[in-house]
Ligand binder design. Structure first.
Ligand code: 5GP
Ligand code: ZN
Length: 115
């Protein structure tokens, strides 16, 4: 828990959010500024700055984040139509919150390549 981290506070419920899923290690909530009809963020409860800051012990939780992303896509009814799971890592990718999160996006046609 980092006291200056907004997603740590969301993960512990100190800052309210629209919760989609949670278990011992993972928390998922509706993005506050959705970029698609479905836009959910999946985070580890334990603070990790970014994907490139994963340590040996973090691999299982990162795999679990992906698993939960797939589960949420099913729960939100976009598994058949298609969806995207995105991690922005670092400045050039547009990462703005430095607590690792997977975006689960769907419910509309996506463009490729991403902007
Ligand atoms: P990034 O740009 O770091 O990949 O994504 C950060 C995401 O967090 C953005 O999509 C932004 O809308 C979302 N976000 C930032 N602050 C909050 C917040 O306080 N509550 C919620 N629900 N989403 C947030
Ligand atoms: Zn954090």
């Amino acid at each position: 828990m980092r006291s200056d981290c907004i997603f740590c506070k969301i993960g512990t419920g100190q800052i309210p959010s629209r919760v989609v899923y949670q278990d011992e290690d993972v928390f998922a909530f509706e993005d506050g500024n959705p970029q698609a009809p479905v836009h959910v963020l999946v985070i580890p409860k334990r603070h990790i700055d970014a994907l490139s800051d994963m340590r040996d012990g973090d691999h299982a939780v990162v795999a679990h984040l992906l698993e939960v992303g797939v589960l949420i896509a099913k729960k939100k009814g976009i598994a058949e139509s298609g969806y995207r799971i995105v991690v922005n890592n670092g400045q050039d990718a547009g990462q703005t919150v430095f607590h690792l999160h997977f975006h689960v996006l769907g419910g509309r046609r996506m463009n490729w390549p991403p902007g």
